[in-house]
Write a protein that binds this ligand. Structure first.
Ligand SMILES: [Zn+2]
Length: 275
């Protein structure tokens, strides 16, 4: 049986048969891969403890007819601080859920792997530096926007999606169905045409929220350019002083946009409501 080696992060883990596991792994070289780990739940199994959620691991997989099989897993990074901190791990679960929902098997993009790994590392280190709740929410927002950018759903934040004119300060809306901002003038015109009832597919967005979203927007580039973009984003999170409500409102807005695109609820967002 032919085998292949890659680094991957475990994003989903389900029991299978008596002692096995079915896993979804976001790998560096092959994108999202579904694989089975036979006897992984046996007390003395060699894979025991090496296939937990969040783990960044070096894997050897064997090609299978229907599903590939994990034959070896060596932990590179366990993100133990993140996993042992309730608030941070909820943030982590949300991130895993997003990457699982927004990507499909066979979608290969090393930048997605890089985003996932760097954000988990940032949160893991953040537990030791007592990262404030606002910074956790900012990191979540960074992840949302970047994953939207890398999966082809970049929100339009500079021009009105209806008329194409530059966005001016004022009462602008974010349209989920059109994937970006609708300027105040177009909103007024639409409301004049159809005065009864408001559209559920858009929501008011403040000028500061637009500025915040723009900070994290990735405009395209290779892995090296992407890495430097991410580093700049982390610097911003470390320095920028913003109101927590503004960040959370932006996270919920982007979550609605993501839910609109994937056509299902993202359950993990609820962790932020309790912060
Ligand atoms: Zn317009």
């Amino acid at each position: 049986m032919s085998t292949y080696k890659t680094e991957g992060i475990i994003i989903k883990r389900n029991n299978f048969l008596e002692a096995s596991l079915i896993l979804d792994i976001w790998t560096k070289d092959y994108g999202k891969v579904e694989a089975v780990a036979r006897s992984a739940r046996k007390a003395k199994g060699k894979l025991k403890g090496h296939l937990e959620l969040f783990l960044d691991t070096e894997l050897i997989l064997a090609h299978g007819k229907n599903i590939d099989t994990i034959t070896s897993s060596l932990t590179i990074n366990s993100f133990s601080n993140l996993r042992n901190n309730l608030e941070f791990s909820f943030g982590g679960y949300y991130i895993l859920e997003l990457v699982d929902r927004m990507t499909i098997e066979g979608h290969q993009d090393e930048r997605v792997f890089c985003l996932l790994k760097e954000v988990l590392l940032f949160l893991d280190v953040g537990t030791r530096q007592c990262l404030v709740p606002t910074a956790i929410a900012m990191t979540t927002l960074l992840f949302q926007i970047n994953l939207l950018n890398l999966t082809g759903f970049s929100p339009e934040l500079n021009k009105c999606v209806l008329c194409g004119k530059p966005i001016k300060a004022g009462k602008n809306h974010f349209s989920f169905s059109m994937g970006g901002i609708v300027g105040q003038e177009c909103i007024l015109q639409k409301e004049a045409e159809r005065p009864i009832g408001r559209s559920a597919s858009r929501a008011l967005i403040s000028d500061n929220a637009i500025k915040l979203l723009r900070l994290f927007q990735f405009k395209g580039g290779d892995l090296r350019e992407y890495n430097s973009h991410l580093n700049k984003c982390f610097e911003i999170i470390g320095k920028l002083k913003v109101e927590e409500k503004l960040v959370l409102d932006s996270v919920f807005l982007m979550n609605r946009f993501i839910e609109f695109n994937v056509e299902r609820k993202i359950k993990g967002v609820d962790f932020l409501r309790g912060m």
